[in-house]
Ligand binder design. Structure first.
Ligand code: SAM
Length: 131
């Protein structure tokens, strides 16, 4: 965390008003347990996190097997292109939860991690972060 962030992004973050909702894509797949139990990773880098569904799933498994491994979550938290240009699916655009024209998905992700208590294990990494 200190390597990625001068200030811990969870510090002072008030998540009480954001409900726990890690909905996304495929996060309940058994592949996560299979890979983690087989490979026993020390570090996981997830590219594409959205609201954190799969990262939280992996974090739960790591906790269960008492692994100290951390998960670096790389995402723009701006959604995929089709969230912006596929007007026939208005629910996708709505999922970005724009606040004054800018997506707030990152804050939903942060809140989900806090609700689940995985702040020490899951490290957010927007592409602007540099070591
Ligand atoms: C299918 S979602 C990830 C689903 C997630 N793993 C889950 O459990 O629900 C894909 C994610 O990739 C992110 N993304 C798209 N293009 C990206 C890029 N160039 N760099 C980083 N993240 C990107 C989007 O913001 C989106 O959150």
């Amino acid at each position: 965390m200190q390597w990625m962030h001068a200030r811990n992004p969870y510090e002072g973050f008030d998540f009480a008003g954001i409900p726990f909702d890690p909905s996304g894509w495929g996060s309940t797949s058994p592949i996560f347990r299979k890979l983690i139990e087989e490979k026993r990773p020390r570090l996981i880098i997830e590219v594409g996190t959205w609201k954190g569904g799969s990262a939280l799933r992996m974090a739960d498994i790591l906790k269960e097997i008492k692994s100290p491994a951390q998960i670096i979550c790389v995402d723009t938290w701006l959604g995929a292109l089709e969230f912006w240009n596929r007007h026939e699916h208005p629910e996708r655009h709505a999922a970005l939860k724009l606040v004054n024209g800018y997506p707030s998905v990152y804050y939903e992700f942060l809140a989900n991690v806090c609700h689940a208590g995985h702040q020490k294990r899951i490290v957010p990494a927007a592409p602007r972060c540099q070591p």
